[in-house]
Design a protein around this ligand. Sequence first.
Ligand SMILES: Nc1nc2c(ncn2[C@@H]2O[C@H](COP(=O)(O)OP(=O)(O)O)[C@@H](O)[C@H]2O)c(=O)[nH]1
Ligand SMILES: [Mg+2]
Length: 325
Amino acid sequence: MTITNLITGFLGSGKTTSILHLLANKPADEKWAVLVNEFGEVGIDGALLAESGALLKEIPGGCMCCVNGLPMQVGLNTLLRQAKPDRLLIEPTGLGHPKQILDILTAPVYEPWIDLRATLCLLDPRQLLDEKAVMNENFRDQLAAADIIVANKADRATPESQQALAAWWASFGGDRQLVEATQGNIDPALLDLPRRNLTQLPESIAHSHSHPSAKGLAALNLPEHQRWRRSINSGQGHYACGWIFDADTVFDTIGLLEWARLAPVSRVKGVLRIAEGLVRINRQGDDLRIETQAVAPPDSRIELIHDNECDWNALQGSLLKLRLS
Ligand SMILES: Nc1nc2c(ncn2[C@@H]2O[C@H](COP(=O)(O)OP(=O)(O)O)[C@@H](O)[C@H]2O)c(=O)[nH]1
Ligand SMILES: [Mg+2]
């Protein structure tokens, strides 16, 4: 049986960061697997996790319970049977449906394979001050479905966000556990805690978005001889646009970082080639993190997410101008 945890949380709350931390501290003799499901179709978290040493499976293009119900389940089953990992961490999209995903994971077909433990929900308490987030059903469902709430980004806490967290906890905390973290740095022992009974969860909310036709399980790829392509996705009041560039495309470093910093969107994620090597870009609101990466994905990819429609063509125009080759 594979000990399995769902790591939920709204867009940019720190799920991937926390998973990277957990992987960095895993016992050397254990085999861990990660299933990432992203809202955008381009699939960036897989590239971010490429160096982590875990088995990785990606499901891009929307909530995994909607996009890929059956193929997702077959893929998951194959992963569990063939690789027999000791642990599986599942990162659903920040706009995913936690209740439905828990329903899938507790289906009889997985009973012999999955030992489902506590669901952890990452929360940036500042998001409790953002009415748009608080009104978002996915945001609320994720918090409601969690067994443990991780108040992340403690380094960014303000008196207002701490007050909002205390008020939220007083109303909705219940008998759950609340832990504070920075950079998703949590005690790995939390992963062993049991989950609550599903019947205690609030009724799931009907899916308000359309179900796109089933797409492949792998992240989007570039056809041969094509220099770049883009992909647009929308649903649940959010809009995503991602681009993939071939392995020969190199970006102007300073221009690229400025583009990512200033793009009028709430979320930017990417792994791209620059003259110095590879750069990872991860921005949530004003929190911008830039890192270099050693293991090269075959291409460059970047994705923007926003809660309003954006002028993707204008952003694309300025991005294309930053190519050095
Ligand atoms: N200041 C600060 N930034 C953080 C912390 N944890 C994560 N981040 C940043 O928040 C952004 C989103 O993190 P990510 O893990 O990709 O979020 P996800 O969308 O939930 O997977 C990234 O730029 C991270 O570097 C934290 O504790 N403090
Ligand atoms: Mg992520």
